[in-house]
Design a protein around this ligand. Structure first.
Ligand code: B12
Length: 205
């Protein structure tokens, strides 16, 4: 199975200049590391924000990769951008399921599917639910029992499964898959961007 995880363009295509940040999308890196530990799959992370590519270019890259499942991270401020991206992806790759994760679909799982045409919302911490979803799509097994997801059933009716429990033993999580990202592209958070790294370390001494 091939999985594509997308951090949608925020600054340039979401319309709020200067707030997209240049930090690594750890959310997707955690989803990737957990999923590949539990499933025989190939994963690519497309960070459209750091690459400053358009939605159309994101879709081109998605088509070239030809995934079986697409995951998109979404907070509320970037959601307009996610709606556009989903529409473009569905036009080019209509049979590839799209799963949304992050703060917005966690708070509004049903509405997020209605607004975007995506197939699944992952609610809360996504590692276990997303890996279980990918596994069941791969094996064609039922998704009714997967905690933490909302999905489209018959006649587009949206079902919201019970929540996933919080992961209490964090040692169950492998380190984030930084190998799937270009580490050199990332910088400290915006409130620290003017300081050299040497100045941050002082607070840990
Ligand atoms: C670090 C951080 C940032 C960083 C880095 C973001 C990045 N590239 O990763 C910076 C400083 C750049 C940033 C910017 C912004 N942020 Co911010 N940020 C956070 C913060 C403090 C931690 C996020 C984090 O990395 N957590 C660790 C990771 C591992 O966990 P996670 O993100 O929760 O991801 C898990 C789940 O959400 C889910 N999940 C997430 N994505 C996906 C995708 C898929 C496919 C799946 C299956 C699951 C999944 O699974 C993940 C693993 O369990 C949160 C607050 C918080 N405590 O969570 C706010 C938060 C996410 N930010 C928020 C906001 C508003 C913003 C800005 C809009 C601020 C602004 N006004 O400019 C921008 C938007 C940037 C953007 N590109 O969208 C809000 C979002 C609220 C909302 N309703 O959407 C939050 C929740 C803070 C708050 N309470 O208001 N942010």
């Amino acid at each position: 199975m091939k999985i594509l995880l997308i951090n949608p363009a925020f600054n340039k295509y979401g319309g709020v200049s200067g707030h997209g940040g240049t930090m690594m999308p750890l959310n997707l890196a955690y989803i990737a590391s957990y999923t590949r530990k539990h499933l025989d799959c190939k994963i690519k992370i497309l960070d459209a924000e750091i690459l400053a590519i358009s939605h159309e270019q994101s879709v081109e890259q998605a088509c070239a990769y030809s995934p079986n499942l697409i995951g998109i991270t979404a907070n509320t401020c970037v959601f307009d951008s996610v709606i556009t991206l989903c529409a473009l992806l569905k036009a080019k790759l209509p049979n590839v399921p799209i799963a949304l994760g992050g703060p917005h679909p966690s708070a509004l799982p049903e509405q997020s599917l209605l607004d975007t045409g995506a197939d699944y919302s992952i609610m809360g911490e996504g590692e276990i639910s997303f890996a279980a979803l990918a596994k069941s799509l791969m094996n064609n097994s039922p998704i009714q029992a997967i905690a933490g997801i909302a999905w489209r059933g018959e006649e587009q009716h949206i079902n919201v499964n019970p929540s996933q429990s919080l992961i209490e033993n964090l040692d169950l999580l492998p380190f984030p898959a930084r190998d799937l990202l270009d580490n050199q592209s990332y910088r400290p958070p915006p409130n620290k961007k003017c300081q050299p790294w040497s100045q941050y370390t002082s607070c840990y001494k």
